[in-house]
Write a protein that binds this ligand. Structure first.
Ligand SMILES: Cc1ncc(COP(=O)(O)O)c(C=O)c1O
Length: 442
């Protein structure tokens, strides 16, 4: 084998071995099943199919159309809706389709959650109020003026009365719910009524919570008033990295379609459409059970970390209603450091998660690089078969590292041993391969 290729394969293999021996707690990630991996590694990854199924700009799409039709049908069934566009190649691209549909070509207006409180950079303006350039996607690519909704730090949710006032005064074209730090359902119904008063459309970014919603948990945005729901397909919905947009607004279907193609997309990564079809089929079969356990594990991990002395936000509300938890680690500032330092320490013991801004960080002088919080999620550990007792084990690893200050090398050995029992992917159709045995590497 050519040396460069061998090197590349070796590095990827090392990555597989590392994750095989780690506890994966990144809230925006998950792991695909062998059945998804198999179709993603098909010839579909080399083909073009611009346009809508049956109306392509390319020849050679007979079977691609059949797969995309199946993917759309399954997605409509999973989200109980009449329109599913499975072409956006990521959550950000699905958001851009929504912006195309609902905001003016220039100087459009949108209200959404502030980025520092858990909104996503794709919702952000080009400039902060201070004039500082922050390059948010909505502002940079579409010239959208963004006004942030009010947030209640104590409830980790939108403040309904203060946000209603902002919507009435700002009169946006689009009110967008959803975010990246997302512990509790957003008040779509309550603020949606206000959005309608000013003639705004209602969007919901379900990048994180799409799987929870499809399986019937968290909230039901399309029935609470959202005109469009966008998503990534690889977070709580355990598909390949891709995006989708769903809606129940029959009158908007043509517009939504053309706001994706030709307005935004060329080809749309057909192998991932195939992978998404398989992932949604799995979730129609196993999602109720899987996502019930994802949420139960998140609550159990919150409780266990709190019992070990860590400051998990929102104890008074059971920590979370989603797959996510947020932990305030500012008490360790003098001994270990802040979020960035703790993220590294945990990584050195094979516990993989990410640092996150707390809603009060900026006001207290902390910033993105080294914020006061950690965010974690239970989607992947649940898919690997862990349950409530393993959440207690994981919390003990945190205590040993952060409170007892044990040697991370020693804890890493314990983590590796702990992980040996969790090498198979659950809640999926059976396949020969184990979790980290990707095609052709073994
Ligand atoms: C709320 C939200 N929207 C959009 C995205 C972007 O998704 P993608 O990476 O699929 O483009 C993310 C990513 O984490 C997110 O949290």
């Amino acid at each position: 084998m050519n040396k460069k290729v061998a090197d590349i394969r070796n590095i990827i293999l090392k990555h597989h071995l590392w994750f095989q021996n780690s506890i994966p707690l990144i809230a925006s990630e998950n792991i695909t099943s062998p059945a998804v991996d198999e179709v993603c590694a098909s010839d579909f990854s080399h083909r073009y199919a611009e346009g809508w199924s049956g109306q392509r700009v390319y020849a050679g799409c007979v079977y691609i159309d059949q797969i995309e039709d199946i993917c759309m049908e399954l997605t409509k069934k999973y989200f109980d809706c009449i329109h599913a566009d499975v072409r956006p190649v990521s959550g950000v691209v699905a958001n851009l389709v929504m912006y195309n549909a609902f905001t003016s070509d220039n100087n459009g207006k949108m209200c959404c959650m502030s980025i520092v409180r858990g909104g996503h950079i794709s919702h952000g303006p080009r400039f902060a109020k201070s004039g500082r350039e922050i390059f948010g996607t909505a502002g940079t690519t579409r010239g959208i003026n963004v006004e942030y909704l009010a947030f209640d730090n104590d409830e980790m949710n939108l403040d309904i009365d203060a946000s209603a006032k902002i919507i009435r005064e700002f009169e946006p074209e689009l009110v967008l719910f959803g975010g990246s730090v997302f512990l509790f359902p957003h008040p779509v119904k309550e603020l949606g009524d206000v959005a309608r008063e000013v003639g705004a459309n209602i969007g919901y970014d379900a990048a994180h919570v799409a799987g929870l919603i499809g399986s019937g948990y968290f909230q039901d945005p399309l029935r609470e008033g959202a005109d469009v729901m966008t998503m990534s397909t690889h977070k709580t919905l355990p598909g390949p990295q891709h995006g989708a947009l769903v809606s129940n607004r029959e009158d908007l279907i043509d517009k939504l379609r053309s706001c994706a193609f030709p307005a935004l997309l060329s080809n749309h990564h057909l192998h991932n459409v195939a992978g998404l079809a398989v992932a949604v089929a799995e979730m129609l079969e196993f999602g109720k059970d899987y996502h019930k356990n994802v949420i139960a594990n998140a609550k159990a991990l919150g409780e266990a970390l709190s019992n070990q002395g860590l400051k998990v936000l929102m104890e008074h509300k059971g920590f979370t209603e989603s797959h996510q938890l947020v932990v305030d680690i500012t008490e360790f500032e003098k001994t270990i450091g802040l979020g960035g330092d703790i993220e590294k320490l945990l990584e050195s013991a094979n516990i993989i998660l990410n640092r996150n801004l707390l809603p009060y960080d900026i006001a207290q002088g902390r910033h993105y690089q080294n914020p006061g919080g950690l965010r974690m999620g239970t989607s992947e550990v649940t898919r690997l078969g862990m349950g409530k007792s393993e959440m207690v084990d994981i919390a003990e690893f945190f205590k040993k590292l952060l409170i007892d200050k044990k040697d991370p090398k020693k804890i890493k050995d314990e983590v590796i041993e702990f992980k040996q029992d969790f090498q198979e992917i659950r809640y999926c159709f059976q396949s020969e391969n184990k979790a980290y045995e990707y095609l052709k590497f073994y």
